[in-house]
Write a protein that binds this ligand. Structure first.
Ligand code: C2E
Ligand code: CA
Ligand code: CA
Length: 520
């Protein structure tokens, strides 16, 4: 940022609290929202995995039970045979069917022939089997009270086959593979639970902490059979940190960058700009007038209008401090238009000599504004009777070579009597041919060159060259910043037609200009 712009901004320190607050909100909110979305994603992914897992468990368990059911069905014809004959078949069938521990035949409430104990009579939980859709999870039976088992009944009227399955085969379906996320899973048969260790429990296996995700499925073939998968909160959290830490880092960095950017933007669109807008609506910009004298007789032939900002607290503010920001903020055009209105009103209160020139500084962007032509025409019409001429001062640094739009605008302005001066001549790099095309009326020699008069620096040579060129192109010259008698003499002797500087008069408000002109 140029030093002057910085100095100007320093005049109006921005509010510190608002940008800081906004930056904090952005810096915290962005990662917070991002984290929430990522956390939701992580839990959705885990839920899908759990859904997948629970269907796998049910399918695997069904598979085992269907094998057992088939073995039972195959044994149904044995019901018509005496136990001594049937038993051999039962033993064979139990041995050849995977997962099956025993097969037994029953009639009514009593078992009468088992692959394990032969033709002994035994009772079985008939009623509970009936209520449970013929599938029962038992902690043990009379034969092996310590060994939990699954009991499946295949009915044929009042008779049927009982199939006993070893729980640990079924429980193996609950053991996750290495790629499965950590979870707790169990099977429910009726009101009993089967855990991963193959134990039959009367209550659901304890989950170590709060359950974050729970999903369950029911067997299509055995309605009393359900599988459940649970993921607890610490597992979900661990999974989230493991898989999303990179994203979290990026979110934090993004939030920080967003916060800093917000802070910068808010402090950039700072109070200095707000102050400029306020000043525009309050009409705090004033024209000051600096006389321009004819070199040979010292008569006042015109003025250059130099803007001042009369700030209620800071006093008069110089244009080079606020013009760059006004340009940057897109306020230079409305400010200049307001200034032109004031100049018109001011000058109407003076009795100016015929042919008096009024130089107004124009920002380069203003040349592309449609309003410029109307504003200038109005100005010329106001003073038409006294041939007072508006001279637009365009800084050489803003002149763009070969801009047809600018050429057209200038041509039209010229038909209304407006003249053109190239300001700060020698500091930019406009081509002389272009200046010629634009029909420039005056070259304003920058005060930087005027200051070199009397020294033997390179600047003097440049000054000599500029003066010579202007003569050749038949352009009139105005030398700015004339401060000493030596400079005045040099410029006059070298044929510079007009002079402007503190040696003659400083920029002044309209009332002082009235006195100045009267005293001349
Ligand atoms: P500029 O157009 O080159 O104006 C001449 C500057 O030299 C003025 O400064 C004037 O006060 C100063 N000056 C005049 N005689 C002397 C002297 O003998 N010695 C020294 N050291 N300085 C002298 P000011 O008024 O501060 O304006 C600075 C610049 O701001 C102007 O330079 C012009 O580029 C810009 N400016 C002023 N008013 C306006 C305006 O209404 N619109 C735009 N776009 N720019 C403006
Ligand atoms: Ca100027
Ligand atoms: Ca200048």
């Amino acid at each position: 940022m140029p030093a002057k712009l910085q100095a100007f901004r320093a005049l109006f320190p921005p509010s510190r609290r608002l940008p800081l607050l906004a930056a904090l909100v952005v810096a915290l909110l962005c990662p917070a929202i991002g984290t929430a979305v990522a956390y939701y994603q992580a839990s959705t992914w885990l839920r899908q995995q759990a859904d997948h897992r629970v269907t796998e468990i049910i399918q695997a368990t069904d598979d085992i039970l269907l094998h057992a059911q088939a073995a039972g069905r195959r044994s149904l014809p044995l019901l018509d045979q005496p136990c001594l004959v049937a038993r051999e078949q039962l033993v064979m069938s139990a041995a050849l069917t995977p997962y099956v521990r025993s097969l037994a035949l029953y009639r009514g409430p009593q078992g009468y022939c088992s692959s394990l104990s032969g033709p002994a009579r035994f009772s079985y939980p008939r009623e509970r089997l009936r209520r449970n859709g013929n599938l029962l999870l038992m902690p043990g039976n009379s034969l092996t009270p310590q060994q939990p088992l699954l009991l499946l009944r295949i009915e044929q009227g009042d008779r049927g086959v009982l199939v006993g399955l070893l729980n640990h085969f079924v429980a193996e379906t609950l053991i996750p593979t290495q790629t499965d996320p950590e979870s707790v899973s169990f099977l429910t048969v009726g009101s009993r639970y089967l855990n991963r260790e193959g134990q039959a429990l009367d209550s659901a296996p304890a989950t170590p902490s709060v359950v974050a995700i729970e999903t369950s499925a029911t067997s299509k073939h055995f309605p009393a059979l359900h599988a459940t998968v649970q993921v607890d909160q610490p597992t979900l959290n661990r999974f989230f940190w493991q898989h999303y830490s990179l994203l979290l880092g990026l979110l934090l960095a993004g939030g920080l960058a967003g916060g800093l950017l917000t802070h910068r933007l808010l402090t950039r669109r700072d109070s200095a700009e707000r102050e400029l807008r306020r000043a525009l609506t309050q009409g705090e910009f004033e024209p000051f007038y600096q006389p321009v004298l004819q070199a040979d007789d010292g008569s006042c032939r015109g003025v250059e209008v130099l803007i001042r900002w009369r700030h209620p607290d800071k006093g008069l503010i110089r244009p080079d401090l606020f013009i760059p920001l006004a340009e940057e903020a897109g306020l230079i055009v409305p400010i200049t238009r307001q200034l032109m209105q004031r100049i018109r009103a001011d000058l109407q209160t003076l009795s100016l000599p015929d042919g008096f020139k009024v130089g107004v500084n124009l920002a380069p962007v203003h040349l592309h504004e449609a309003t410029l032509i109307d504003d200038c025409r109005l100005f010329q019409q106001t003073f038409a009777a006294r041939d007072i001429r508006l001279v637009l001062e365009l800084t050489e640094r803003g002149v763009v070579d070969n801009d047809p739009e600018v050429q057209a605008t200038m041509a039209e302005l010229r038909t209304h009597g407006v003249q053109l001066a190239i300001d700060d001549f020698g500091t930019g790099h406009s081509s002389l041919a272009y200046l010629h095309k634009l029909n420039v009326d005056y070259l304003k020699i920058d005060q930087g060159f005027v200051r070199t008069i009397g020294s033997d620096s390179l600047g003097v040579t440049v000054l000599e060259t500029i003066i010579e060129l202007a003569h050749r192109l038949h352009l009139e010259m105005v030398a700015e910043g004339v401060e000493t008698e030596q400079q005045r003499r040099y410029l006059q002797q070298n044929g510079v037609q007009f002079l402007q500087g503190f040696l003659f008069a400083r920029p002044m408000p309209i009332d002082e200009l009235r006195c100045y002109l009267a005293s001349k």
